[in-house]
Design a protein around this ligand. Structure first.
Ligand code: SAH
Ligand code: F3S
Length: 439
């Protein structure tokens, strides 16, 4: 007797790197579930398919990949397949299978919609960075039922001399506005209230579509997303400082659904180094944009990325970064030591900074940021904020964020999840604030 039941297989997926990778993983999970009946597992040893969705922005995670692959190979179930996806897949390609012959397929960051194809071709390597995924249908898997990541563009059209991303994700193409709005409507119908728009340079949206689509810029896209009634909160990452025109800043400041939080990657506070990085703006332009933002929205929360010890960074250049950080007092700062990456212009620069100096600069910058945070957090005490609850923490608390991105946790039942409540801060901390629900 035959059975009509489809056998479910188990998928283990590890996601490294940025929010875009999180969304790419969601996309692959949905494809594998829909077309191949895979279901997620958190245990790699019971999986039929193990996927690592990789990041290649810095060198460290690339080294980690091969040691991790070795561990998966030892622990995996007999017959289970291993796939390497994402940015490191794009830039190393078949070298991954040469170094780790037990890997079954390699799938680049711009080819993830081909996951169910490569799955059945042993040793397949799909890494074409000219592949156009901008009109590929969105799929139904979301890590969080409360917040939806939505891609608005793929690739990047810049050529920052330190960055490998244009070589792993290819040229920038915007996703047609009607597809984005349809997706927003689809996710809010499932109860999602927060929309998180993703792109390498979100405010460059609309410059290039793959076909004859209506030309809509990022400011207009924000308006249209906010017009979807059930949308309560809109966030996005990352805008490029170069494209922060007045119209965009004014819309950001005046549209009540857009959260008062912006991640604006600075990279360096020295105009000389910004030029070497080919970022396209000066220290003065960056400071001018911050001033405009804060004039319109004094409470805005601003985070940034900074690279220390880019080749040629002198003590004076670093001082300029420090001076800018002291002036702006970012709400959050992600800082990295420069890491030379293959296929980038800066890869062969010979004026590198001594590694000990680089480490000392990173430590100095991080200590300064800790001081800024320690100065700011006590001011949260006894204040009341609207918090959208979205996670059950391992310590049993329920956590959520304010519109400005402050992470708050409260004691309470899981019924709080997916709701917005007024919360009073009762205890402050560097990473998370504790509060109590007032209403
Ligand atoms: N699109 C974003 C950046 C994406 S990469 C932008 O506009 O800047 C994420 C962050 O990684 C960057 O902001 C940068 O600070 C860091 N990064 C990128 N390449 C790096 C490198 N070679 N070494 C160290 N940090 C790097
Ligand atoms: Fe990288 Fe610069 Fe694009 S940092 S992602 S090349 S904007």
């Amino acid at each position: 007797m035959s059975t009509s039941l489809v056998e479910t297989k188990k998928l283990f997926i590890e996601t490294l790197g940025c929010a875009m990778n999180v969304r790419d993983s969601e996309h692959m999970i949905a494809e594998l579930n829909e077309k191949e009946s895979y279901e997620l597992t958190e245990k790699s040893e019971e999986a039929d398919l193990i996927i690592i969705n990789t990041c290649s922005v810095r060198e460290k995670p690339v080294h980690k990949l091969f040691s991790e692959l070795g561990v998966f190979k030892k622990k995996k179930k007999e017959g289970a397949k291993i796939g390497v996806c994402g940015c490191t897949a794009s830039h190393l390609g078949k070298e991954i299978i040469q170094r780790a012959p037990y890997v079954n397929f390699v799938l680049g960051a711009r080819n993830i919609s081909k996951i169910t194809e490569v799955l059945h071709k042993d040793k397949a390597v799909e890494i074409d960075i000219n592949y156009d995924e901008s009109e590929f249908a969105f799929k139904d898997f979301r890590t969080s039922p409360y917040k939806a990541y939505i891609n608005i563009s793929i690739g990047c059209d810049k050529a920052c001399t330190f960055c490998i991303v244009p070589k792993t994700r290819g040229d920038e193409i915007s996703i047609p506005t009607d597809l984005i709005i349809n997706e927003v409507k689809r996710v809010v119908a499932t109860g999602v209230k927060e929309i998180f728009l993703l792109g390498q340079n979100v405010n460059n949206y609309g410059r290039r579509f793959s076909d004859n689509h209506e030309k809509v810029n990022f400011t207009e896209l924000l308006r249209r997303v906010s017009e979807v009634e059930e949308v309560e909160r809109i966030r996005f990452t990352s805008p490029h400082p170069l494209h922060m025109d007045d119209e965009f800043i004014e819309e950001f400041a005046s549209n009540d659904k857009i959260c008062n939080q912006m991640h604006i990657p600075l990279q360096s506070g020295s105009t000389k180094i910004l030029k070497e990085m080919k970022r396209g703006y000066s220290r003065e332009w960056f400071l001018n944009r911050i001033e405009k933002l804060r004039d319109l929205l004094p409470e805005v929360s601003i985070s940034t990325d900074i690279i220390v010890a880019f080749p040629g960074e002198s003590d004076e250049d670093f001082e300029e970064t420090i001076d800018l950080v002291r002036q702006v007092k970012f709400n959050q700062l992600f800082s990295f030591k420069y890491s030379a990456r293959p296929h980038t212009e800066a890869e062969n620069y010979t004026n590198t900074v001594d590694p000990e100096v680089a480490s000392a600069r990173l430590t100095f910058l991080q200590n300064l940021q800790d001081e800024i945070i320690d100065e700011r957090t006590p001011t949260y005490l006894d204040k009341t904020y609207d918090v959208y609850f979205e996670a059950l923490r391992s310590d049993g608390y329920i956590s959520g964020r304010t519109a400005t991105g402050i992470l708050l946790k409260v004691k309470g039942s899981e019924e709080l999840l997916g709701t917005t409540k007024a919360v009073k801060v009762i205890k402050t901390g560097r990473a998370v604030q504790e509060g109590e629900v007032l209403t």
